[in-house]
Design a binder for this molecule. Structure first.
Ligand SMILES: *Cc1c(COP(=O)(O)O)cnc(C)c1O
Length: 423
């Protein structure tokens, strides 16, 4: 065991502050990171890796992008937190509204978990109904009512339910398979006038990347409308990943509420929930649904968010290049696997993708779970040895950033060829 891990294990469960970082499911030790720039992360022994974790999504510009760092540095000199309104918050809100026209009014919080938890409370408060629907294997943070049948680390560690969540809370969450409208319809029929909202990752990222089938999102919109329930798009991962906006923009399906995180804070703790003004007006102090936060709208996080969105917006070819590189990687990896007769399915949305070691199309959690996780672990290790840092689980996405060059992509494909040939 590395001395860093040994020390960390004294103080933190598994030596980490978020479970998937422990690399447990791939059977190796976590690497301790010292610094990061552009498309690279550097460990404490000065090894440099091409990074596809991108701090789990936020680093869409690459690490330590100069305009973001400069904004953070400049803002920090004026004080780290005031617990009072700043004009910068309004500036970030304007940028967000422009990118997400479905968000008329919003609230800033500090993590995606807080955003989804608050959105659920709001939906229940607005509709005065108790139940919510979520998809099997979808991850919406670790709030009690959303950890039922959750993806991400919960999927990675095959945790059936989570001790500590009383049945009285879990039983208010109804779980349906992704991409199955009939199942949603049935749940609405069974629990007439009891369902406050359906929350969905409009493209799943936390069972690995799974795209919605044609008509699925519109079908959800129709079912929610027919049953007086709200539709919540959790775009914490998908926001700004496929375009300057979200899946709501690309699909033209309009959720009532949207949650954002990851990219929107540019690597600092910032997340958002927002949507129709009528609904958001239920939030305290305008309305009776309480939600608050000491560090909400933190000036440093807001500065990083503004700098990130401005940078994305300023470069009209940013997404073209990003999607082009992402597609090259997807095609390169798929071909490299097929060339050695390895069955893989590579699902992608924008600059996030998952290579499933799976024989059949992956369209929901059931099919995702049929992937060969032992083979994935060997692939992960082989890539890590070749200094390619991937997400350490079959059920996570890899993220491409604007800082990844064609050379990075080609090096990755070359490494993949070697590793696939050994599996
Ligand atoms: C990451 C993620 C969350 C949780 O965000 P945190 O900031 O980790 O609390 C919620 N929903 C989705 C879709 C995510 O990808």
């Amino acid at each position: 065991m590395s001395k860093e891990l040994e020390q960390a294990k004294k103080y933190f469960p598994g030596g980490v502050n978020s479970p998937v970082r422990a690399f447990k499911s791939v059977g190796c030790e976590p690497i301790f990171i010292k610094s990061a720039y552009g498309s690279k992360v550097i460990d404490v022994d000065d090894n440099e890796y091409i990074d596809y974790v991108g701090t789990w999504g936020p680093a869409i510009l690459g690490h330590a992008e100069s305009s973001v760092i400069e904004a953070v540095r400049r803002t920090a000199l004026d004080g780290l937190s005031f617990g009072a309104p700043t004009v910068a918050e309004t500036e970030l809100a304007e940028l967000i509204c422009e990118a997400f026209p479905v968000i008329e009014k919003m609230r800033f919080v500090s993590s995606g978990t807080e955003a989804t938890m608050s959105a659920i409370r709001l939906a229940r408060g607005f509709t005065n109904r108790p139940y919510i629907i979520k998809c099997d294997g979808a991850y919406h943070g670790h709030g009690d009512s959303l950890l039922v049948s959750a993806g991400s680390g919960v999927a990675t560690f095959a945790i059936p339910g989570c001790p500590g969540i009383p049945d009285s809370i879990a039983s208010n969450t109804l779980v349906v398979p992704f991409n199955n409208l009939e199942a949603v319809n049935e749940v609405f029929e069974t629990h007439k006038n009891k369902i406050a909202a359906m929350i969905v990752e409009p493209v799943c990222g936390n069972m690995g990347v799974v795209n919605p089938i044609e008509g699925y999102l519109q079908g959800l919109r129709n079912l929610c409308d027919a049953n007086g329930a709200l539709l919540i798009f959790d775009e914490v991962m998908t926001g700004f990943r496929g375009c300057y906006g979200g899946v709501s923009k690309i699909s033209n399906v309009k959720p009532d509420l949207t949650t954002l995180g990851k990219v929107v804070g540019g690597g600092m703790p910032l997340a958002v929930y927002g949507g129709r003004s009528e609904i958001m007006s239920m939030i305290s102090p305008d309305g009776p649904v309480y939600q608050a936060g000491t560090l909400s709208g933190n000036p440093i996080a807001v500065a990083a968010g503004i700098a990130t969105l401005k940078k994305l917006k300023a470069n009209p070819t940013f997404y073209m290049k990003l999607l082009d590189n992402s597609q090259k990687l997807q095609q390169g990896l798929t071909k490299a696997a097929n060339d050695v007769n390895l069955n893989v399915v590579c699902n992608r949305y924008g600059a996030m993708m998952t290579i499933f070691f799976n024989k059949e199309p992956v369209t929901d959690y059931e099919t995702a779970k049929k992937s060969d996780t032992a083979l994935f672990a060997r692939w992960f290790k082989g890539m890590l040895e070749r200094k390619i840092y991937l997400a350490p689980s079959q059920f996570e996405a890899i993220f491409i950033s604007g800082a990844h060059t064609e050379t990075d992509i080609n090096r990755t494909i070359t490494a993949a060829k070697e590793v696939f040939a050994m599996l």
